[in-house]
Design a binder for this molecule. Sequence first.
Ligand code: ADP
Ligand code: MG
Length: 348
Amino acid sequence: MSEITLGILGGGQLGSMLSLAAKKINIKSIIYSDDKDAPAQNFCNEFIYGKYYDKEKIYDFIKKVNVITFEFENIPFEALNEISKLKSVYPKPSINRLIQHRLAEKDFINKLNIRTTRYVSIEKKSDLESLEEFLPGILKTTTMGYDGKGQYPIKNLEEIDKLNIDFSKEYILEKLVKLKKEISVIVTRFSNNKYEIYEPIENTHENQILKKSKIPAEINNKLIEQSKEWSLQISEELKYIGTLCVEFFIDRNDNLYVNEIAPRVHNSGHLTINAFNVSQFENHIRAVCSLEQIPIKKLHNAEMINLIGNQIEDYRRNLKLKDNQFFFDYLKKEIKDKRKMGHLTTLK
Ligand code: ADP
Ligand code: MG
């Protein structure tokens, strides 16, 4: 049996869950992270701490692995691109560069004739004048945002001065969608027209952070089909290898919009670990390591809640879980406000 070692850039909870899925199918994982305290070091076979631009350390890492992937999209493109000259990186770094930038990402989606929110590029404060048609809206940094970080909801133009926005950064202003629901679709693409796609997952956010995910999503068939079709179209167009997630908005008139694409495994897919025969993590590893594709099968309906900040404490203390419940502690060193500390999946 050939032994494969998978290199993973990034050491958060997604890296941990990728490592666990790798172990399950006898693949070794080596995590490289620029965070000394990266929680994934508790789950991988080997952990290397170093900056993404540290050539020597990166070279050590590359030598030890057969193929490389990443668990978060904000790894600097230049670093990822250099690495890909020496070892295969999946998904391709160019996909990351596209999706790292909210403006480029939205332009790409619209070129496919797929609907997004209305948006406009903001390079300086005066660009915001005369943009009433985009209000109420959300101003978002074009790069490095996650879990609502770098976002400013704006109701009216008078409000802007009070928000102390740092205009040395680039932004986009998005019109606020009157949300009925949010869903996500997770696809793992293996090669041309070879993929596994999960049913849409219904998501609830609190303060722009994902709080709850469940299957089945309570939406009509047209929305189920349309969201899956758009997700496949996006993954084919990108010639994507691995697991990708498309986040959608549904407005009060049942219009579907793509919110954003995550070029990686996704928080809303944690429930696939217990609810399907093959999880989003295992599928990602199968695709990037060119392993056998196994048709996915749903075993249970499920609901997952994120344990944010000190919500983890109750679960750490009292492990009275029911038979249909699965608690996952990310083993992060410090409990911080608004930080995802763990999750709980309940099978239905
Ligand atoms: P992040 O990169 O932080 O995940 P998102 O753009 O996905 O940023 O925004 C996080 C959440 O904020 C969304 O899931 C949604 O609940 C809310 N949100 C963001 N943009 C809009 C919008 N244009 N209209 C309505 N809600 C929005
Ligand atoms: Mg999002």
